[in-house]
Structure formats: structure tokens, C-alpha cells
Design a protein around this ligand. Structure first.
Ligand code: IPE
Ligand code: IPE
Ligand code: MG
Length: 242
């Protein structure tokens, strides 16, 4: 029996720079085209009834890029939020972020906070952007929160289980991803959702992110549907998440 449509898809949107270079363009132009794909894939996910779409947009490590590129990406994010917030709201999408948002320029932080607030009451797709995100740092922050609870006597060390860790991550309100897609043919996770993807199906495509159209998205979902998810058993086990 094929798997149902995944309820949570996470995507490492990679390859904007290489795509631009291949076209004889500047890296930043690749990022611009990448934003268009974000819009299309969000719409496609909503149309397919996917509940959660989590997009890796900027990693903690990406701050080490040249200042001009970082500034351009921050500007692009800011104009994305400005341009899209009304459409996201009207399309019943819940806008969400994970990562160390306090690293972002203050004006962008305010726009993000406003977008989250505006779409809070929606009931459709939850679109989460991972910004200044590092999975290891997220896990460290979870450890700190848990330790504080233990010190306050709200929790015992023996009382800590997997659920406690999940509940203290930025993704606490979401189920784990069923499918993790990475574009641009790189076989690595780059510090994304390390805890949450323990049983996600992985799909790596050679397409660069600016080439990742809704048709390519459909191919990834079709591939996922054919997978046998065994979760350590000897045959397929239903159940969308652990
Ligand atoms: C992904 O594309 C976008 C971000 C990481 C912000 P890249 O900018 O990493 O493009 P490549 O991987 O260098 O081609
Ligand atoms: C991962 O892409 C981060 C994002 C997609 C935002 P990178 O291009 O930063 O990852 P590496 O450096 O190839 O591992
Ligand atoms: Mg890259």
C-alpha cells in the first residue's frame, strides 16, 4: 500500500548560487529566482493538503558568507514578508519561523513578528522558515530549558524522555517531518533538524533550487509514496510519525 501524502515536508533549498553561475548570472540573482520557487512550492503544498512545510532559508553558518550576500538575503527576506503576508493570510496559511531570530536585523524581526501574529488564527498549511537556524544550537537551547526546569524542581532527571526533548525544540508544535528534500545533489544535512528527521524519508535531487518547480515537488512526493517505511520493524508500518 502506498504511503499517504506526507503531512510534514522539510526542504533544504540549496543550489541558488551554482544555478546562477551556470546561467552566467550573479549569485544573488539565483536567490531572487529561488524566492519565486518558494512561492510556487508553498502554493503546491497547500493545494496538496500538506499540513507543514518547513524551508531551510538561512543557516547560522550562512552568516559567514560575504557581507554583501548576507545583506542581500536579509533584504530579500524582508521584501518577501512585505510582499507575501497578505496573500499568506488570505490563503489560510500560518506563517512560522524557527532558529535564532534575534540574530536578524531588528526591522526584519518586527515584520516577522507581525506576520506570525496576523496569521496565527489561520487553519491551513503551516509554513515555517528556518532562519539563522542551527540544529545543534537548537538542541543545546533545549538542554538549557530542560535543565532550568529540573533546577526549579518542575522535572526530575529520570522524568526526561524523548517527548521532553521534542517539546523543548523550536519545532515543539509540529510533528516530525515525513519527507526531507534536498536540492542540488548534495548528500548532507548541513545542521538541519537533526533530531526531528530521525525517521524521515530522504529525497535528494540534482536539480538546483531555482529549478525545483511544482512538477519536481510532485516527483518527490510520488517517490515518497512508494517508499516502505519500516521504522525498524520487518515490514511497512503505518503511522505518519513516531
Ligand atoms: C541556497 O543556495 C540558499 C542559501 C543557503 C541561503 P546557495 O546560496 O547555498 O547556493 P550554492 O549551494 O552556493 O549553489
Ligand atoms: C544549507 O545550504 C543551508 C540552507 C539551505 C539555508 P548551504 O549551502 O549553506 O550548505 P552547505 O554549506 O553546502 O553544507
Ligand atoms: Mg549551498
Amino acid at each position: 500500500m502506498p504511503n499517504e501524502t506526507p503531512q510534514h515536508i522539510a526542504i533544504i533549498m540549496d543550489g541558488n548560487g551554482r544555478w546562477a553561475k551556470k546561467q552566467g548570472l550573479m549569485r544573488i540573482q539565483g536567490h531572487e529566482v529561488g524566492v519565486r520557487r518558494v512561492e510556487e512550492i508553498t502554493r503546491a503544498a497547500q493545494d496538496k493538503g500538506i499540513r507543514y512545510l518547513t524551508l531551510y532559508a538561512f543557516s547560522k553558518e550562512n552568516w559567514h558568507r560575504p557581507k554583501e550576500e548576507v545583506d542581500f538575503l536579509m533584504g530579500l527576506l524582508s521584501s518577501y514578508v512585505d510582499a507575501k503576508i497578505d496573500a499568506l493570510f488570505k490563503n489560510n496559511i500560518i506563517f512560522n519561523v524557527i532558529g535564532e531570530i534575534s540574530d536578524l536585523p531588528e526591522a526584519l524581526q518586527k515584520k516577522i513578528a507581525h506576520a506570525i501574529e496576523k496569521t496565527r488564527g489561520n487553519t491551513g498549511l503551516t509554513l515555517t522558515l528556518a532562519l539563522s537556524y542551527s540544529s545543534r544550537k537548537e538542541i543545546v537551547r533545549a538542554c538549557q530549558k530542560i535543565t532550568a526546569k529540573v533546577l526549579k524542581g518542575e522535572l526530575t532527571p529520570e522524568g526526561i524522555d524523548e517527548g521532553t526533548v521534542s517539546a523543548n525544540l523550536d519545532t515543539a508544535a509540529m510533528p516530525d517531518p515525513d519527507l526531507l528534500i534536498r536540492t542540488s545533489g548534495e548528500f548532507r544535512i548541513s545542521n538541519f533538524l537533526l533530531w526531528q528527521i530521525s525517521y524521515a524519508e530522504l529525497y535528494i535531487t540534482q536539480k538546483f533550487w531555482p529549478e525545483f518547480t511544482p512538477d519536481e515537488f510532485e516527483k518527490a512526493i510520488e517517490d515518497y509514496r512508494r517508499r516502505e517505511r519500516r521504522f525498524g520493524h520487518t515490514c511497512a508500518v503505518s503511522g505518519k510519525n513516531l
